[in-house]
Design a protein. Structure first.
Length: 106
C-alpha cells in the first residue's frame, strides 16, 4: 500500500503538463530548488531560501519531496527526453539533414 504525503507548500502547477510539484503561488519546481542543494556546487538550504526569497521551511519541504523520489519527477524527465529525441530526429522545416543530403540521387 502506497503512503501518500500531503505537502503544505507544494502543489501541482495548474494547466501544466508537468506532474511534479511546484512551490505554491511561486511556481518554481521543487526539483529546481532541490538541484541547488546537491552536487559539486551545492548550496545550503538557507542560501537557497534567501536567493528565492522563500521561507526556509519551503526549501526544506522541497528537498524532502525530491528525496522521497516521487515517480512524477522521473516521468516528467522521461517525457522531456523523449520530446528532445523526437525533435532531434525530425528535420527542421523540411530541411534535409546532413545524412539525407549525402545520399546519392537515383
Amino acid at each position: 500500500m502506497a503512503v501518500t504525503t500531503t505537502w503544505k507548500h507544494l502543489v501541482r502547477k495548474p494547466k501544466s503538463a508537468y506532474k511534479q510539484l511546484f512551490v505554491k503561488d511561486r511556481w518554481v519546481a521543487a526539483r529546481t530548488i532541490y538541484g541547488q542543494t546537491v552536487g559539486e556546487d551545492a548550496r545550503t538550504p538557507e542560501a537557497v531560501a534567501a536567493d528565492y526569497a522563500l521561507p526556509l521551511e519551503v526549501v526544506l519541504e522541497a528537498i524532502a519531496y525530491c528525496e522521497s523520489d516521487p515517480p512524477e519527477i522521473r516521468e516528467d524527465w522521461e517525457r522531456e527526453e523523449a520530446s528532445i529525441q523526437r525533435m532531434a530526429a525530425a528535420p527542421a522545416n523540411g530541411v534535409k539533414s546532413q545524412a539525407q543530403s549525402r545520399q546519392p540521387r537515383t
